[in-house]
Design a protein around this ligand. Structure first.
Ligand SMILES: [Zn+2]
Length: 486
């Protein structure tokens, strides 16, 4: 492998989360759950003579993506017809963008597992419409569902700046994270609303020319993307080592056998006969519109991570875990701006709240615990009303009942005993009840072990509610005294 450099470019197709389709008023429905061919009309069924109308929301979503990926926005946009026939494309052309895409010359910085940062250039982001969906039947024949026909689709094309399966995985998952942050795509790869297709070639190290490339399809997870790309790199290297030539083709990924297989050999470049879509006017995007979209962009993951580290002094790991999902990050932000200690809250969200969410199979926007109530819980620990262990118990109950922390502490009598007089009485009683152990302690034997044992006895007598710091201090004082406990 040493003598070859892998060169990978990625094409990502992402359906936009609009209410209606790209060029008609049909609803965008779940392609798996909805009965087939319900959300269709003459426009998206490709009937002759029907006129498309551009979905403004889809354009604004595409603009968000272009700006978030640091692209130049094209003010003068032209839609183009990409002509080809396939049963899932009834009008025999797809409305897309060709020479003048909405956005281009962007980039995305990714951080690899080694900690190295790499900049991946983005060649273009353009708008188009999705096709219908074919289901091939076991006994022959195929079924077609046009619910997906005309759904707004974004194509994001990278430059061939990626050099391994891992880089491809990190880049694609970061694009997905950003689209989710922007609220324009659900990122569900199983349902095919986020699709990744790498093209892969090898060239001798130091060469500027590109080798013959293959395209990979049917990747329904990031793991498959990384494994498929690495498999293809190894397969091509073996072919070149044997002195043979790589065939330019489209290959599928077999998810069970973990291998790629030939799907379609491309003798020459496809000829789609692109030309300007005559039924749509040029789409002019004003600077004012771009400014509005720019102002409305949410804080993106990289900025959040940087802020958590700089302002809240969180570790890189904690900052990334919290910023991974926008809903989690916003929940955390609300708690901190509501007066929570940034580190305490981070710790409790990552360790306790995530554990409870896992146990109950809930996402952060489904849970009963509010940011304000987690802050309230933190204050009960801070002012020593309850200790950490009790706080965990209280949080579990908050999680299942939605009750306020203070209410649970009150109702279950969980407030810790910090009253010195009351606690001193209990400590004295424990020592009095265990005179033999006190004698051993005072003889100088096993003092550390016995001290811990006495703490345990006091905790048992108070059902875990004693303030541990006070108990330690009182035990030390009373055990050090040579007088009999009074
Ligand atoms: Zn329609």
């Amino acid at each position: 492998m040493g003598q070859y450099e892998p060169v990978i470019g990625l094409e990502i197709h992402a359906e936009l989360l609009t209410e209606s389709k790209m060029f008609c008023g049909c609803r965008v429905v779940d392609s798996v759950e909805s009965p087939p061919n319900r959300a269709v009309c003459p426009v998206c069924l490709g009937m002759p003579g029907m006129l498309p109308v551009i979905n403004e929301r889809a354009v604004s979503f595409a603009l968000r993506v272009g700006l978030a990926l640091n692209c130049e926005i094209q003010e003068h946009n032209i839609f183009a017809r990409k002509s080809y026939f396939y049963p899932d494309l009834p009008k025999a052309y797809q409305i897309s963008q060709y020479e003048l895409p909405l956005a281009r010359n962007g980039y995305l910085d990714i951080v690899l597992e080694s900690g190295e940062t790499r900049r991946i250039r983005i060649r273009r982001v353009h708008m188009e419409e999705d096709t219908g969906k074919l289901t091939h039947m076991e006994g022959g024949g195929s079924l077609v569902d046009y619910n997906r026909s005309g759904v707004p689709l974004l194509e994001i094309v990278s430059e061939p700046d990626i050099h391994s399966g891992e880089e491809a995985r990190v880049y694609a998952s970061k694009i997905r994270q950003i689209l989710r942050y922007l609220g324009v795509n659900s990122g569900d790869m199983e349902k095919g609303v986020f699709r990744v297709e790498p093209n892969i070639s090898l060239r001798p190290v130091g060469s500027k020319d590109f080798g013959t490339r293959t395209e990979l399809k049917n990747l329904n997870s990031f793991r498959s993307l990384a494994d498929g790309a690495d498999y293809e790199i190894a397969r091509q290297a073996a072919i070149l080592d044997a002195g043979e030539a790589v065939v330019q083709e489209t290959r599928g990924w077999h998810d069970v056998r973990r291998v790629t297989f030939s799907q379609r050999v491309k003798e020459e470049a496809d000829d789609y006969r692109y030309f300007s879509e005559p039924d749509l006017p040029a789409l002019e995007i004003s600077q004012a519109w771009i400014d509005v979209i720019k102002t409305g962009l949410p804080e993106l993951p990289d900025s959040k991570v940087a802020r958590y580290k700089e302002v809240y002094a969180l570790s890189d790991y904690d900052a990334r875990v919290l910023a991974e999902d926008r809903q989690v990050a916003e929940w955390y932000d609300t708690a901190v701006s509501g007066g929570g200690d940034p580190k305490w809250i981070a710790n409790w969200v990552i360790n306790e709240l995530f554990r409870l969410m896992n146990e109950h199979g809930q996402l952060i926007d489904e849970i009963e615990v509010t940011p304000v109530e987690l802050v309230a819980l933190s204050k009960l620990v801070e002012n020593q009303t309850i200790n950490n262990n009790t706080a965990k118990e209280v949080l579990s109950e908050m999680f299942t009942t939605g009750k306020a922390a203070a209410e649970i502490v009150e109702a279950r009598g969980l407030a810790q005993i910090s009253d010195e007089a009351a606690l001193r009485g209990i400590v004295t009683q424990v020592l009095r009840d265990n005179e033999d152990q006190v004698a051993v302690y005072r003889s100088g034997e096993r003092q550390q072990k016995l001290h811990g044992w006495f703490v345990g006895q006091v905790m048992r007598a108070t059902r875990g509610k004693a303030n541990p710091a006070l108990v330690n201090q009182m035990l030390s004082e009373q055990l050090a005294g040579s007088d009999e406990p009074t």
